[in-house]
Structure formats: C-alpha cells, structure tokens
Design a protein around this ligand. Structure first.
Ligand code: CTP
Length: 452
C-alpha cells in the first residue's frame, strides 16, 4: 500500500484545498493529512487564521479524501510523521516547490500544481475590508510600526499625521505615506483606524477625538495619566462600538501568554511573588532622559513591568508603595513600585538612567519561573524548582524584531471580530495600570514642586 502525506492550514476551505487533497489521494492508496494548530501557525508567522482548528479538520474530513487526519504542531514534525507512519510520498502544492527537498532522504517528494486564482489569504482579505489605518506621530516608533504592518494581512497604512510640519514632511518623503499636519479631522476621514504614537501627553486627546469620530484606536502606552480618563475612553469606545486597545506589545506575544498560563496552571504551586524589571538607559537628550513632565523611566517602561503583576495578581492590592530616584529637573531615572496583596507581593522596577538586570521572576510555593532580559519580548523562560538539576525550558519562535506584528494582528482581529474573547489585555487591566500611572504622576509632581 502506497502511503501519502500532505499538510496545510486549510483556513476558509476552498477549491484549491479540495483539488490538492484529491490529487494527493490519487498519488497513492492511503492519505494522511496534517492540519496545523493555531499555535504552530502563529510561530511560523501566520497570525490571523479565521477558522478554529476543529472547523479546519472537519472541512478536510468532509472531502472524504483523508484516511487519517493528524495535527501538526511543531517544527520538524514532518520528518517524525514520515518515519512513524511509514510514508512513501510527501506532497504539497507547487507554491512550496523546493522547500521540502530535505525530506527526499526519507521518502519521495512531489510538488503538485497549485490551483490558480485562489488562496486563504485572498479569502481572508475579502471576508473583511482592509482596515485603513492612519499613524498619529511620525517619530521614532512610526517607521517600525509601518514596517511591521506589512506582515499582517488586512491592514494598510494610508496616512500619517503630525502637527509639526517638518517631521510630517520627512516621514512622507522617506516612506511615501501621505501625511498631514494641519487638519486632523480630514486626516481622520480617510481612515478606519488610527495608531497613536505621538508624545505621551497628547495620547488621550487624540484617542478621544478618534473614538468620537467612530475610528478604532490602537494607542501607545501609557494611554492616559489618570484612572478617570482611562475609564472614560473605554466607555466611549464601547458607546461608539469601536475597538480601543492599549499598545503594550508584550501582552500580545504568544510566548508571554504561554508564560502567564504556565504561572497560573499550578506548575509552580501558588504564586506568592512577582518581580519585574526593565531598564534601558536613554540616549543623552532623548525624551526619556529630559522630559520630566511626561516621560522618564516609569512612563516609558512602567507598563511592561506592571503587566505581569496585574495579569497574574489582579489589582485588588491592599497596600502600595511607589518610590523614585530623581535626576535633573525631577525626572525619574529609576522607579520602584511595590504592591502588597493578601498573602502575595509584587515589585515593578524600571530605569531610564539606572541599569539593572532585566528579569521577570514569578515565585511560587513549588517552584519559580524566570525569564531573562528581554523578557518583554518573550522568546524563552524557565521553570525551576528546589532541585537545581530540574529545569524546564520553554522557547518560542518569534517573528520580527520587536513583537509589533502580534499586537497589530490582535488589533485587526478585534476590529474584524475574529479574535475571540478579549483576554490578552482587558480594559479593566489597562484601567488598573492607568490608576498606578496617576499615583506616579502625583508623586512626581509633588517632588518637582518642592524643587521649585
Ligand atoms: N493549495 C493549492 N492551491 C491553492 C491554494 C493552496 O494547491 N490555490 C495547496 C497548498 O499548496 C498546500 C495546501 O493547499 O499544499 C494547503 O495550503 P494552505 O497554506 O492551507 O492554503 P493557502 O490558500 O495557500 O493559504 P495561505 O493563503 O494562508 O497561504
């Protein structure tokens, strides 16, 4: 009996899928079909599949061509499957020609002609209108965002806005994106959504205006400086029926989500303490080193360090202590926030003019999780126990340099309603962080007043 195997995501099952399965089956007597998990697809950079795995499997099953359906969930699995199931022919569509020649040492490799004119990507694009996004702020972060949008389907950057004409013009010339610097309402008109990447103190006003105009908003952290304003903006988004998302990138990374689940599933016992540290010494003259009103260590990096704490322990802390080391003009070069919960403790530390070990440590009654710098771009973490020889290492493929595309993909799937329930960063969690930001701002203002 000649055994054939093929693989795919089979998202939004289409004629091309049907034909390839038919042809694959005709190559032999028995066909095994591997269907990818969402997790594996995410790892290989396919970020916005629409159909859940059970639907995709069911669609393959309904064709009647598959004798066996298996799930593909990791790199290297094809070699394992071919050996385990005694496969004679491995086949995929011609779009993959050459890519799997390394399997020729295990079985015959056949690339079948692909059906012209159809793909899941095209169908996904058709299913939802492409989201036209405008970038507010053309500073350091805008080009990185722009670059990453090209890896997420369903989004197109159509314009950028910056009231500072020179900056807007330079951005337009460099990136060939139409910019505006005067009429904000006109800029909004041509968009479905905006990404707010302007200076911190301007975030909330832009968010409010964009939401009021019915636009979806992705806003860089910190979105607001006060609890009340965060509540107001999320309420406004709900009222307007649009998506509002705070851009704390770490929250949307598959590795970080896995880290949180591991911390919560009893592996390390009861969580007792969370310590998170992020330091990055800013360039001389940079905002984070000079703007004592709206920048500094905590406003730039505090969201990253609060994130695992709020996600794991919530925000019903009983006591709270916030202290900073201040530099020139009262800018915080280092800030430490200590949270005391009932039987649980947490510390968030961040520095812009102080360097320390950037670590996330989650201590439990049975063991602990440790993620080393840059844990906020979670590529790996370890679980360790009393026995120093027992270490469980978790590693994740991570596409791109800064994790932007995961956040962008989440934003698009929220807009399209394909992202499932909101759990990666909820409005309540974002509001709880705004509360801490407000306390920080008050304390720093008091210090600066004393300075005179
Ligand atoms: N396939 C095909 N003809 C098409 C589309 C896909 O023969 N028009 C084949 C692929 O070559 C592959 C299998 O179907 O062997 C499963 O492909 P999959 O990646 O799930 O489908 P695509 O439509 O290519 O998905 P995407 O657009 O997300 O890459």
């Amino acid at each position: 009996m000649k055994k054939v195997i093929t693989y795919g995501s089979f998202d939004l099952f289409h004629e091309g899928h049907y034909q390839i399965l038919k042809k694959a089956k005709a190559l032999g007597d028995h066909l095994t079909v591997g269907v990818t998990t969402e997790h594996y697809d995410q790892m290989r950079g396919k970020l916005n599949l629409v159909d859940p795995i059970m639907t995709r499997i069911e669609n393959v099953r309904k064709t009647g061509f598959a004798d066996v359906i298996i799930v593909e969930d990791h790199e290297g699995q094809k070699i394992e499957d071919i050996q385990r199931y005694g496969i004679d022919i491995f086949t995929l569509g011609s779009d993959w020609a050459g890519r799997f020649d390394y399997l020729k040492q295990y079985c015959e490799v056949v690339y079948l002609p692909r059906t012209a004119g159809i793909s899941s990507t095209e169908l996904r694009d058709k299913l939802h209108n492409v989201v036209r996004i405008g970038i507010i702020g053309t500073g350091r972060i805008a080009p990185r965002f722009l670059k990453e949008t090209s890896y997420v389907s369903g989004i197109e950057v159509v314009s950028a806005f910056n009231p500072e004409r020179d900056s807007a013009r330079t951005f337009e010339e460099t990136y060939q994106i139409q910019t505006g610097s005067e009429d904000f309402d006109r800029f909004l008109e041509g968009t479905d959504a905006v990404y707010v990447a302007s200076p911190n103190e301007t975030h909330s006003d832009y968010v409010r205006k964009a939401l009021s105009a019915g636009k979806h908003v992705l806003c860089e952290k910190p979105m607001t400086f006060t609890y009340a304003e965060a509540v107001e903006l999320y309420q406004l988004a709900r009222k307007q029926g649009v998506t509002l998302m705070e851009g704390i990138r770490t929250a949307y990374l598959p590795g970080f989500i896995h880290l949180l689940s591991t911390a919560k599933d009893g592996t390390i016992g009861e969580i007792c303490d969370v310590e998170a540290c992020f330091t990055r010494i800013g360039a001389p003259g940079s905002r984070e080193m000079t703007d004592a009103r709206y920048s500094g260590a905590f406003l730039e990096y505090g969201s990253y360090t609060m994130l695992p704490i709020i996600k794991l322990l919530g925000w019903d802390y009983e006591d709270f202590r916030l202290e900073s080391i201040y530099g020139k003009d009262g800018i915080d070069i280092f800030t430490k926030v200590q949270f005391s919960y009932k039987n649980r403790l947490a510390t968030a530390k961040c520095g812009a003019g102080v360097k320390s070990e950037g670590e996330l440590v989650i201590a439990g009654t049975k063991g602990y999780i440790i993620a080393k710098s840059p844990w906020w771009l979670t590529r790996e973490f370890s679980v360790r126990y009393e026995d120093p020889g027992r270490i469980e290492r978790h590693e994740f493929a991570f596409s791109g340099e800064d994790g932007f595309r995961y956040e962008i993909a989440e934003f698009i799937s929220k807009i399209n309603g394909t992202g499932g329930k909101d759990y990666k960063l909820t409005a309540e969690e974002s509001i709880a962080m705004a509360d801490v930001v407000e306390r920080f701002m008050k304390k720093r203002q008091e210090y600066r007043k004393k300075l005179g």
